[in-house]
Design a protein around this ligand. Structure first.
Ligand code: 5GP
Ligand code: ZN
Length: 138
């Protein structure tokens, strides 16, 4: 896609710090890192979100995420790695080309706010109804 910044990164028209590449996948450093080593894994083929991405690209990205997890543990000394992936402006997707964030974190660092929400018990009847709505279409 001509006006997509991540397509331009894949084509080398915008510079990036490449971490990994294969025929389907490109991985590079996020330039606004939440922590040291914050990396994005994207499909080379443009797809906006989880609804659009080809299943083979999705599988390829997740295979690479496992390698990346191990690399972050061994090369960066990460104690944990969060995988975050936003679909749609309602959940703050800013770049409209599918991307999986890998955010490594050490025990000595502060907790990652995106994965440390407050645990507030929900209404069990409402949870049941919502679960049934989802189950009905799956
Ligand atoms: P989103 O909020 O869409 O999940 O995240 C988009 C991410 O892309 C952000 O973390 C942002 O820092 C990163 N980003 C935006 N533009 C560029 C760029 O030109 N190069 C790189 N490496 N990362 C970018
Ligand atoms: Zn794109």
């Amino acid at each position: 896609m001509d006006d997509c910044i991540f397509c331009k990164i894949v084509k080398g028209e915008i510079p990036s710090f490449k971490v990994y590449e294969d025929d389907r996948v490109y991985a590079f450093a996020d330039i606004n890192p939440v922590s040291e080593g914050h990396t994005l894994i994207i499909p080379k083929a443009h797809a906006e979100n989880l609804g659009e991405i080809a299943e083979a690209d999705l599988m390829a990205i997740h295979r690479v995420s496992q390698k990346m997890y191990q690399a972050m543990r061994s090369a960066l000394g990460a104690d944990g790695v969060a995988l975050v992936q936003a679909n749609g402006k309602a959940v703050n997707q800013v770049v409209m080309h599918y991307h999986l964030h890998l955010i490594p974190r050490k025990n000595s660092e502060s907790r990652l706010s995106v994965t440390s929400w407050e645990l507030v018990p929900g209404d069990m009847d409402a949870i049941k109804v919502t679960s049934e709505k989802l189950a009905a279409v799956l």
